[in-house]
Design a protein around this ligand. Structure first.
Ligand SMILES: [Zn+2]
Length: 147
């Protein structure tokens, strides 16, 4: 990458990766207080060491992921849209409804939820394309570095 020049200058900002909810957030979503960075999603106090320098784009632009699910929607994990790179571990969900709520929270569109539901009804397992909005609790424990 030596000599590589990005086409667009990308602003770098301090972002928080919360050690409780694993959410990743830009400066507008956490507050600095008593020498701590307070997570805007779950309210946990993080040490300042949890702050990371990231491009503003990383915490403002949505991504597209695949969510693989099985056991009637009670287990799911995130996969890169390349269908190969595993983004997170298998997570247990109480029910198909809980999983669906999580997908909505993460940013799935109405159409995506509809498709997900159909697939769930047909066979109780599969993989759904999901939009992933920035500044959400990391319910799927996604390794953001692999997005
Ligand atoms: Zn948090």
């Amino acid at each position: 990458m030596v000599g590589y020049q990005p086409k667009r200058a990308n602003k770098v900002v301090a972002c928080l990766v919360c050690w409780t909810c694993h959410g990743r957030m830009g400066p507008n979503h956490f507050t600095l207080k008593d020498g701590c960075a307070v997570c805007g999603f779950c309210g946990t106090k993080n040490p300042l060491g949890n702050l990371r320098k990231m491009s503003i784009q990383e915490v403002t632009a949505p991504s597209e992921i695949l969510v693989c699910f099985t056991r009637a929607g009670t287990a799911a994990h995130a996969l890169h849209v390349d269908c190969k790179t595993v983004l997170g571990p298998w997570i247990e969900f109480q029910s198909a409804e809980t999983l669906e709520k999580a997908l909505r929270y993460l940013g799935a569109t109405e159409e995506q939820i509809e498709e997900h539901r159909n697939q769930m009804k047909r066979c109780g397992q599969g993989s759904s394309n999901i939009r992933l909005l920035p500044n959400r609790k990391n319910l799927l424990r996604i390794n953001y570095g692999k997005l």
